[in-house]
Design a protein around this ligand. Structure first.
Ligand code: GLU
Length: 482
């Protein structure tokens, strides 16, 4: 890469769907690359597909980037506002004989594909209208046929480039499906055309995108050249696959590819960013350091360290990152970030804020995502848990449960509920008196008070629940024993 060239990169999502995990990962690589080279990062919304575009998707895309704190130096630019430019460029290519009108009808193209399939040939447009005479064109026009504009790809030519991620790449133009349509009959450009004009016009120096675009790049390079633009450098990052080597798809994998799922379920943006970058890139000097914030690694970032192998979506790993970043937050921050989940499921007014903070502290080390928080502290708020599960039944039917419960009821009035340690000591005293200890002592109480034999310190549970709740829950458990 020449040192003098200003680095200008872009991300160019189409608002035909929600913001995709793969788009975000590509954005992060672009972001890091632009920061490393003190360049510019541009957002362009590729909204030329009027049938499939939706304003709500544009909004989701913009919101998603904001949530992830991916900031842009320029844009958003909208392709729908640049149609004139595409039309003029298409006309220029027509005038120069580098593009042509193709009058083939849908039926004719279908028939072509069918015959190719029957002959076990690759399906492609056969460039049949590349060299029409004026008379032939007139005949088609007189028939009332509509035309599209196709770009004349060079025949049987290797399109080569030195990919910043994949190294040397070469694609033969014969494998590109014939001359590509660049403008539809209604004057709307196709992706491969608009993208070149914009990348050229916006002086994009490096196109960093998913490797599903390799063949598009081979189509685009001759278009850059035909329009007289300098050809940018390209870097194609591997796509994200599932463990069974499938592309993330909505039909099969639900919304795991949509960023808004992660927003909705309480993932932290810094965790998701760290996870996505780390999927295919490690720090050059400290590859073992998996935890990093974007701004800490910009100087170390380079495209040639992005792995060429497919990235694998690994939810437990994402949870590991998320859990790490959650634990780094203060209790107040966790509370603020989780408030929408807590308020939806729990009546927060029944405890003072300090006690809710204590509950959060008790469980935060086990949180994979913030929407799990209400479930983990729910037992403080109601006793709708199931004492009758077989595991709980086993614990409650032990010979000591009733004796322990009776004793606890007896000492309730003298318990100092504001001191968790003292509460625990009283339980231990009761145990001594009954010659019961360990799980035989604690588990029946845990089950009675929280519905589970696992969980936070028993003294803390008793202290936070307070006298009335401890009493009513033990009485309820005693009734189950009967
Ligand atoms: N709009 C294209 C997409 O969403 C952009 C691809 C590119 O980066 O050129 O796939």
């Amino acid at each position: 890469m020449s040192d003098k060239k200003e680095v200008r990169v872009r991300i160019a999502p189409s608002p035909t769907g929600s913001l995709h995990l793969g788009t975000v990962r590509t954005s992060l690589y672009n972001y890091l690359f632009s920061k490393k080279h003190k360049g510019k990062f541009i957002l362009r919304i590729e909204d030329t597909d009027q049938q499939r575009n939706k304003d709500e998707y544009t909004k989701e895309i913009l919101d998603g980037f904001k949530w992830l704190q991916i900031n842009f130096d320029e844009g958003p630019y909208y392709q729908s506002e640049r149609l004139d430019l595409y039309r003029k460029s298409a006309q220029k290519l027509l005038d120069e004989g580098k593009a042509y009108n193709c009058f083939a009808t849908t039926e004719e193209l279908d028939a072509l594909r069918k015959s190719q399939r029957a002959a076990r040939m690759p399906e492609k447009y056969d460039n049949r209208h590349r060299n029409l005479t004026e008379d032939q064109k007139k005949k088609f026009l007189d028939e009332g046929r509509k035309s599209v504009i196709r770009f004349k790809l060079p025949d049987n030519t290797e399109i080569k480039w030195n990919d910043e991620i994949r190294g040397y790449v070469s694609v033969n133009t014969n494998d590109l499906g014939g001359d590509p349509v660049i403008m539809r009959g209604d004057g709307i450009p196709l992706y491969n055309f608009a993208v070149v004009i914009d990348d050229g016009d916006m002086r994009i120096s490096h196109v960093i995108r998913g490797d599903d675009h390799l063949h598009n790049t081979a189509k685009q390079i001759p278009i850059f050249q035909a329009l007289g633009f300098e050809v940018p450098s390209f870097g194609h990052a591997p796509l994200i696959f599932t463990h069974d080597r499938e592309k993330l798809s909505k039909r099969k994998h639900g919304d795991i590819a949509n960023i808004d799922k992660y927003q909705r379920e309480g993932y932290l943006p810094e965790a998701l960013a760290n996870y996505l970058v780390h999927m295919s890139w490690t720090r050059p000097d400290h590859p073992e350091d998996e935890i990093f914030r974007l701004n800490d690694v910009t100087n170390e970032f380079s495209l040639d360290r992005i792995s060429k192998s497919p990235a694998v979506y690994d939810l437990p790993k994402l949870h590991w990152f998320n859990n790490h970043y959650i634990k780094e937050k203060t209790t107040q921050e966790i509370f603020d970030l989780s408030k929408r989940f807590l308020e939806k499921e729990l009546d927060l007014s029944i405890y003072p804020k300090e006690q809710i903070f204590q509950m959060i502290d008790l469980v935060k080390s086990g949180l994979n995502k913030l929407d799990e928080l209400p479930g983990l502290i729910r037992f403080f708020f109601d006793d709708k848990f199931d004492l009758g599960s077989s595991e709980n039944q086993k614990i409650l039917s032990g010979e000591n449960a009733r004796k322990i419960f009776d004793k606890v009821i007896q000492v309730l009035n003298s318990l100092n509920f504001s001191d968790p340690h003292a509460c625990k000591l009283v339980v231990d005293e009761i145990g001594k008196g009954l010659s019961v200890k360990g799980k035989d002592l604690y588990w029946p109480l845990r089950v009675a008070l929280s519905g589970s034999n696992k969980g936070p310190d028993l003294g803390l549970i008793i202290s936070l629940l307070g006298k009335e709740k401890v009493k009513s829950r033990i009485e309820k458990a005693l009734r189950v024993l009967v």
